[in-house]
Write a protein that binds this ligand. Structure first.
Ligand SMILES: NC(=O)c1ccc[n+]([C@@H]2O[C@H](COP(=O)([O-])OP(=O)(O)OC[C@H]3O[C@@H](n4cnc5c(N)ncnc54)[C@H](OP(=O)(O)O)[C@@H]3O)[C@@H](O)[C@H]2O)c1
Length: 356
C-alpha cells in the first residue's frame, strides 16, 4: 500500500508552509490591502463584521454583476442567489465565448458591469491533458480577455480557482500563501488564470475551492449515485485527500465576500478533509445504497491527469478575516440529496413527505 504523504513524490520537501514564490511568478500579492478609494469607510480590522460593510450596495442603483459559466454547476447557484440583490447578466458560451475578445468587449460595452464573477472554465481535468491548447485558451486566455475588459471598465473581478494549483505533497492543509506547483494541465491553466488576474486587476478576489458538487450539471456525487444503480461493488481511490464543496454553499460565500472590499486570495471549501472513497461511502450511506465500496490506491486507478495526493485547503485567510467556516460537507451532502432537481434525476432518493 502506498502512503499518501510520501516525500519521494515531492520536488520540494521543506518549504511548503512558508510564504514563497511559485514557479511561475510572484505570489507576494496573495494578501492585498483594500483599495484606498474604498477603505476609507470600511473597518478593516478582522474583528469587524464583514457583512456590515456592504460597499457594493452603497451605490444608488443595484450594482451590476456579469456572471460567466452561468450554466455550470456553480454558475446556476450564483445566478439564483445574486439576482436577489444585484442586476445580473448571466452568460455562458452561447452568450459570450470568453476566448473571443470581441465577444467579451461587446458584452462589457452593453452591460458596463461593476463586478464580474468568473466561473467559466474548461473543467474536465482528464481531457485538459489531451486538449492542452483548448484548456489554456479557456482558462488562461479567456481569463485574460475578461481581465483586460475589467481594466478598461474599472470592473472588479472575482475569479474561481482550484485546489489543483497545489502538488499535494504537503502533510498540512494548504494556506492561501503556500507555494503552488500544479501536477496537471488543468491546474497549470487555472494557475495561469490566477496570475493574469493578480497582475492585471488590482481590485480582484480569487477563490480557490475543491471537489465541487451542485444540483445542476455533472459531478462526482452524481456519478457515484449512477453507479450505485448499476453495480453491486465498486472501487474508489482512498489515498487522495481533499475537501468536498457544495456549490450552493460556495455561492453564499461569494455573496458574503463581494459585499466587502477585502480583495485577495481565499480558500473556501466545506470542512473536513476526506478521501474519494470515504466520500463515496458517506454518499451511499445518506442515499441508502447497498453498493459495496472497495478502497483503491492511485496506482490501481490510473488516470490521464495526475492528481495531488493531499490538496486539502485551509480556509485560513477567510477565517482570519472574520468570515464563518462553511458547514461540514456531510450536512451539505444531505441537503444536496434532498434537492428537487437531484431527486428528479435520481428518483430512488425520494423518501416521500417528511414525518411531522
Ligand atoms: N468542478 C470542480 O470540482 C471544481 C473544483 C475546483 C474549482 N473549480 C472551478 O470552479 C468553477 C466552476 O466550476 P463548475 O464545476 O461549476 O464548472 P462547469 O459546471 O464545468 O461550468 C463551467 C461553465 O463554463 C462554460 N464554458 C466553457 N468554456 C467557455 C467559454 N469559452 N466561454 C464561456 N463559457 C465557457 C461551460 O460550458 P460547456 O459546459 O458548454 O463547456 C460551463 O457551462 C470553475 O472555474 C472551475 O475551474 C471547479
Amino acid at each position: 500500500m502506498q502512503s499518501f504523504h510520501t516525500l519521494e513524490r515531492c520536488h520540494v520537501t521543506d518549504s511548503f508552509h512558508s510564504a514563497g514564490k511559485d514557479n511561475f511568478s510572484d505570489e507576494d500579492d496573495v494578501f492585498e490591502r483594500p483599495s484606498s478609494s474604498r477603505d476609507s469607510s470600511a473597518n478593516i480590522g478582522y474583528e469587524s463584521e464583514p457583512d456590515e460593510i456592504n460597499f457594493l450596495k452603497e451605490q444608488d442603483s443595484r450594482p451590476k454583476v456579469l456572471i460567466t459559466g452561468a450554466k455550470g454547476q456553480l454558475g446556476v447557484e450564483l445566478v439564483d442567489l445574486l439576482q436577489n440583490d444585484f442586476d445580473i447578466m448571466p452568460t455562458d458560451i452561447e452568450e459570450m465565448d470568453i476566448t473571443n475578445p470581441d465577444d467579451v468587449l461587446a458584452n462589457f460595452t452593453l452591460f458596463q458591469p461593476d463586478l464580474v464573477v468568473h466561473a467559466a472554465a474548461f473543467t474536465n481535468v482528464d481531457s485538459c491533458e489531451t486538449n492542452q491548447e483548448e484548456a489554456f485558451k479557456v482558462n488562461a486566455i479567456g481569463t485574460q480577455n475578461l481581465a483586460i475588459a475589467c481594466q478598461d471598465f474599472d470592473t472588479i473581478m472575482l475569479y474561481i480557482s482550484t485546489d489543483y494549483v497545489f502538488d499535494g505533497c504537503s502533510d498540512k492543509p494548504y494556506r492561501e500563501y503556500n507555494q503552488t506547483r500544479p501536477l496537471n494541465v488543468y491546474g497549470e491553466s487555472k494557475l495561469m488564470g490566477e496570475q493574469i488576474v493578480r497582475h492585471l486587476i488590482s481590485k480582484h478576489f480569487i477563490i480557490r475551492t475543491s471537489w465541487l458538487f451542485g444540483a445542476q450539471g455533472n459531478n462526482f456525487v452524481k456519478t457515484m449515485l449512477r453507479l450505485s444503480a448499476e453495480k453491486k461493488e465498486i472501487g474508489v481511490v482512498d489515498d487522495q485527500w481533499g475537501r468536498p464543496t457544495y456549490a450552493s454553499d460556495l455561492a453564499q460565500a461569494v455573496v458574503q465576500l463581494i459585499n466587502t472590499p477585502f480583495y485577495g486570495t481565499y480558500h473556501i471549501s466545506n470542512p473536513e478533509p476526506t478521501t474519494w472513497c470515504r466520500f463515496t461511502r458517506k454518499i451511499f450511506e445518506i442515499a441508502n445504497r447497498e453498493t459495496k465500496v472497495n478502497a483503491l490506491t492511485t496506482e490501481e486507478y490510473p488516470t490521464p491527469a495526475k492528481r495531488p495526493a493531499y490538496s486539502v485547503l485551509d480556509s485560513f485567510y477567510w477565517q482570519l478575516r472574520g468570515f464563518p467556516p462553511l458547514r461540514p460537507w456531510e450536512e451539505a451532502l444531505a441537503d444536496f440529496m434532498s434537492h428537487p432537481a437531484v431527486i428528479k434525476e435520481f428518483p430512488f432518493l425520494d423518501r416521500g413527505p417528511k414525518e411531522p
